[in-house]
Design a protein around this ligand. Structure first.
Ligand code: BF8
Ligand code: SF4
Length: 653
């Protein structure tokens, strides 16, 4: 295992050996993948990396000279601070828009299901009542469909209201936070309005105040958190049910040689839910084609969604998505939106794999397109599954590489599931056992390891290393997104991984697990996809409310060691606006402005705007996962000390 992320001296691309085998196979066959393309451009552009390249008008592109050398202003007079802050906001907009669109599609699907002209039904009735109550919707004597419609309309209102705060923000945020956001003028009114305003302010000749632009970033963080994450998770739970504890498998052995293999890839579970359903219903047709049945596997966050609710096994996180095709055993890869590499099509053309896009605004040249709408979802899913079955006989058996190894993993840790498990220890006050463990120091704090894998990083290494360091030091770790794939593949979501936990954490995990009939809870808890970062946020809010403090006061941190997507940056900004420290392991592209770096990263100072002073947490950029974990552990101990809990820093005071 390498000690650092430097893998340039070797062909190594992943801690997961199976992908290294496939990468070698692809290289030998002359098939290009993101990993080989990354090696062809080993050094990213230094100006883009520092965030000082501006393309906001046709005077440019302009770039600010690095280290004070060369031009320090663009042609219009925008300086480095403005350009860096503006570029950061542009990334935030991109991330928030993706999540907001996810939320809007889900809201429309709930509306159509409630009105009875859709192929979906409401499965999470209890969650529907809970969300309706939170929104102040009268439920007495009303039919489920009626309540569903009211909830969907409230969600859609968050895309159009012109005054007040977003419904989903008041539904989930602590009042103290809302007061702070109001005072700063950053509380979002409606999702589309804020995105449109932010696009306007980043365009040439508009907002040129780096402070104001950074406040705009925080608004985008709130849009993302409430309008993207919370709204999507809530409505998905209402439509498809709240995730419960499931056991499944990770790694490439989940792809079965004798089966028709279908990968679901992307994010919005509307599509993948139907693919899973119809794969089960059409298994006889697969048998008639000579296969043993149909096997659905997950990639990226669609994989997480299907794992959480159906126990569907997971084949790959983001960075190795193309290599799944190189197994030669994938009949179809069905994609919807976000984090889908265009490169999958060229790789698929070397095999019998059919790439099927499903959204009118996300197509890939050369791939098959099947339009997917909630009122014709069954028909589209049947068509897609039948295309996969038809591809099974087209396999080239010379090109197959199969794997047998899988790793067992537990998932399905919604807050409802966590509370249910804790209730087995204390029915009246389920959070108490968790709070007691934190107060006593048996659990030092809580960390959410979230986000991506990144082609330029040694896959899984950062995610797994940060997790192991935190576990060893008795921090409770929850995970979402592609980082959850990393942790699961390396035994951190099954009982084998308990050996990485410190003794007191292991004791708590065992006590809770045994109360619900398991040997233990797994070392890290899989809470879902990236939009499900709403779940750790809700958990922290529940703990803070129960303790009578603010989320910012809790010994809690977020970490995204292998950051790839602007979505991860904007999720991080949502947590920063709530006062939670956020670590990124990949350059956030702000180093071209000392001012922006200071505001985001440099701790509470006496003068000027500063994230930590305003909200209570800061951005931590550290590439080395061991050092990053040490910084996070110290932040946890600082917050324990401030809360009056036992702290390892007491002797320093
Ligand atoms: O939304 S973790 S690489 S797949 S951005 Fe993308 Fe990052 Fe994976 Fe899911 Ni999230
Ligand atoms: Fe250059 Fe200003 Fe145009 Fe950006 S907006 S490209 S800095 S002139």
């Amino acid at each position: 295992m390498p000690k650092t992320q430097d893998h340039t001296h070797t062909q190594r691309i992943s801690l997961d050996h199976d992908f290294e085998v496939l990468y070698e196979k692809a290289c030998e066959a002359g098939i290009e993948t993101a990993f080989s393309r990354a090696k062809q451009t080993p050094v990213p552009c230094p100006f883009g990396s520092a965030g000082v390249c501006c393309r906001h008008c046709l005077e440019g592109p302009c770039r600010i000279g690095l280290n004070g050398k060369g031009p320090q202003e663009g042609i219009c007079g925008a300086n480095g601070d403005t350009i860096v802050a503006r570029n950061l906001l542009t990334m935030m907009i991109e991330g928030a828009a993706g999540h907001a669109e996810h939320g809007r599609e889900t809201a429309l699907a709930l509306l159509e299901a409630s009105e009875g002209h859709s192929d979906y039904q409401i499965k999470g009735v209890e969650k529907l009542y809970q969300v309706a109550a939170g929104l102040g919707i009268e439920t007495n004597g009303k039919a489920v469909a009626d309540i569903g419609k009211q909830v969907a309309l409230k969600a859609l209102e968050d895309f159009q209201k012109q005054a007040g705060a977003m419904n989903w923000l008041t539904l989930h945020a602590q009042q103290q936070s809302i007061d702070k956001w109001d005072e700063l003028g950053i509380t979002p009114v409606n999702i589309h309005l804020e995105i449109s305003k932010a696009v306007t302010r980043t365009s040439m000749g508009c907002d040129a105040d780096p402070v104001n632009l950074l406040l705009g970033c925080l608004t985008m963080g709130l849009v993302d958190g409430f309008g993207g994450l919370h709204l999507s998770s809530d409505l998905q739970d209402i439509l498809f049910g709240v995730p419960k504890l499931v056991k499944s498998n990770f790694r490439l052995g989940v792809i079965k040689k004798e089966m028709v293999n279908i990968a679901v890839h992307g994010h919005v579970p509307l599509l993948s839910e139907k693919i899973v359903e119809w794969s089960r219903k059409l298994s006889e047709e697969a048998k008639a084609a000579g296969a043993a049945g149909i096997n659905v596997v997950g990639i990226c966050c669609s994989g997480n969604e299907m794992l959480m609710r159906h126990g569907i096994p997971a084949a790959s996180s983001f960075s190795s998505q193309e290599l799944v095709i190189v197994t030669g055993m994938l009949e179809a890869m069905i994609v919807d939106v976000q984090c889908i590499m265009p490169g999958i099509q060229k790789v698929a053309e070397c095999y019998h794999t059919e790439i099927i896009t499903t959204l009118p605004y996300v197509k890939i040249a050369g791939s098959t397109h099947v339009d997917f709408h909630s009122d014709k979802a069954d028909k589209a899913a049947q068509d897609i599954v039948r295309k996969a079955i038809a591809n099974f006989p087209k396999r080239d058996h010379q090109k197959i590489t199969s794997f047998t190894g899988t790793v067992e993993a537990y998932a399905g840790f919604s807050n409802e599931q966590i509370i249910e498990a804790l209730s087995a220890l204390n029915k009246e006050d389920p959070l108490k056992p968790l709070l007691d463990a934190i107060s006593s120091g048996a659990i030092r704090g809580v960390a959410a390891i979230v986000g991506c894998t990144n082609v330029r990083e040694f896959q899984d290494w950062g995610n797994v290393t940060v997790a192991k360091e935190l576990l060893k030091n008795n921090v409770l770790v929850v995970a979402t997104g592609c980082s959850a794939h990393s942790l699961a593949k390396h035994n951190l979501m099954n009982m084998q991984g308990l050996e990485y936990c410190g003794e007191s954490l292991r004791g708590v995990l065992k006590a809770i697990g045994q109360a619900v009939g398991l040997e233990s809870l797994p070392p890290t808890l899989h809470m879902g996809s990236c939009v499900d970062n709403s779940r750790p946020a809700d958990l922290l809010t529940a703990v803070a409310n129960r303790l009578g403090v603010e989320v910012k006061d809790l010994p809690a941190v977020g970490s995204c060691p292998e950051t790839h997507s602007p979505k991860a940056l904007v999720i991080g900004t949502y947590f920063l606006a709530n006062g939670v420290d956020v670590h990124v392991g990949v350059n956030p592209q702000v180093s071209g402005s000392q001012f922006v770096t200071d505001v985001l990263c440099n701790g509470a100072k006496d003068d000027g705007l500063n994230l930590e002073k305003l909200f209570g947490g800061k951005l931590i950029y550290e590439k080395d996962p061991v050092k990053a974990a040490a910084i996070l552990l110290r932040r946890i101990e600082e917050k324990r000390l401030a809360l009056g809990l036992s702290s390892k820093l007491e002797s320093e005071v």
